[in-house]
Unconditional design. Sequence first.
Length: 186
Amino acid sequence: MKNFYELLQVFPTATTQEVKDAFRFLLFRYHPDHNKGREDWAVQRTMEIVEAYHVLSDGFRRAHHDVMRGVKLRDVPPKKSGLGALFGKGTPKNQAAEESFKRGLDAFKTGEFEQAVLAFKRAYELDSDFPGLRYNMAVSLLALERGHDAVQWLQDHVSRVKDDAEGRALLVKLNALQSKKKSQGA
C-alpha cells in the first residue's frame, strides 16, 4: 500500500494547509512542463501526487489511509512439527483452503483486493475455521473501503479468538472510522 505521507513529503501530523502547500510545491516541481525530456516520468509522478493529495485532504479518506497503513495480513500458520505432523497432515479440503488462503495473501500484496476477497471467501467455504481467515477477509474488505462488511468479519473474528489484542484494536479503529463516515454523511 502506498504511503501518501511519503509521496507528499509531510508528516502524518501535517495539517490540511501543510498538505495543500506540499501538494502545490511538488505539483510545480514534478509537472511535465518543468521536466523536459522526462515527460512520461513526470506525468506518472504528478498522478501519484494528485492521488496522495485527494486522500490526505479528505478527512474520512485520510483516516481510512491511516488505519490501512498500520494493518498487516495474517500469514499462513506454521506447519505442525513432531507427532502432530505425523497424524495431522490435513485433509485435501484443508489443503485446498490453505492454497486459496495463500492466493488471497498474494493478491493482497499486489494490490488486487477484489481477488484477495474472492480467494479468502473460497478458503472460508472450504474451511471456515482456517486460522487468520476472518481477520484477513476484514482487512481486504477494508482495503476496498467496504467498512461495514469489514466490521462484521472482524467482529466474528474477535468473538472466536478472545486473546487477539491486535484484532480488537483494529475493530475499535474500524468502528471509529465508520462513525466518522456516518457523521460526514459519506
